[in-house]
Write a protein that binds this ligand. Structure first.
Ligand code: CUA
Length: 158
């Protein structure tokens, strides 16, 4: 028994449509499950200076949390506040950072810390600095003419 030409065409079309459907489904499921975990907390970018904890950038000792210190950074074109900060060696530190204007990067050279700071979002990273020394913070998202000058520094002291 031979398949009718017409039947064959319809069968091909049907399988093709099914494949397209499954691909679309798979791709959208992938994107839904792929939101950046470091950017789930929101903030009004126009009110960063008056919103806790960003009204006081820098290092603060905290009690009763899973980390010992909170290290708050505010980025804006083309600098970070604070421009330099001392962190005690071996302390568990939760870094919290946001931007007041455009997208900036927050990469701590020599570590795995590499966050994107997006207006309206708080980026967080908890880490322990177990090597003393100077860590350079770099902006790795192009943000304008002063992009290459945008740096800060974490000094881990024993
Ligand atoms: Cu900020 Cu590049």
């Amino acid at each position: 028994m031979h398949m009718h030409k017409f039947e064959k065409a319809w069968l091909t079309f049907g399988i093709g449509a099914l494949l397209v459907f499954l691909t679309v489904l798979g791709v959208s499921a992938f994107y839904l499950g792929n939101q950046p975990p470091s950017c789930l907390v929101t903030i009004d970018p126009a009110k960063v200076d008056t919103t806790k904890p960003f009204n006081e950038p820098g290092l603060k000792k905290v009690e009763g949390k899973d980390w010992d210190y909170e290290l708050v950074f505010v980025a804006s074109a083309f600098s970070y506040n604070p421009a330099s900060v001392e962190v005690p060696y071996g302390a568990k530190v939760k870094i919290m950072a946001t931007t007041k204007d455009v997208v900036h990067g927050f990469q701590v050279a020599g570590t795995n810390i590499n966050m994107m700071l997006e207006p309206g979002y708080i980026s967080e990273y908890t880490t322990t600095f177990d090597k003393a020394g100077e860590y350079l913070i770099l902006c790795n998202e192009y943000c304008g003419v002063g992009h290459h000058m945008m740096t800060s520094k974490i000094e881990v002291v024993k």
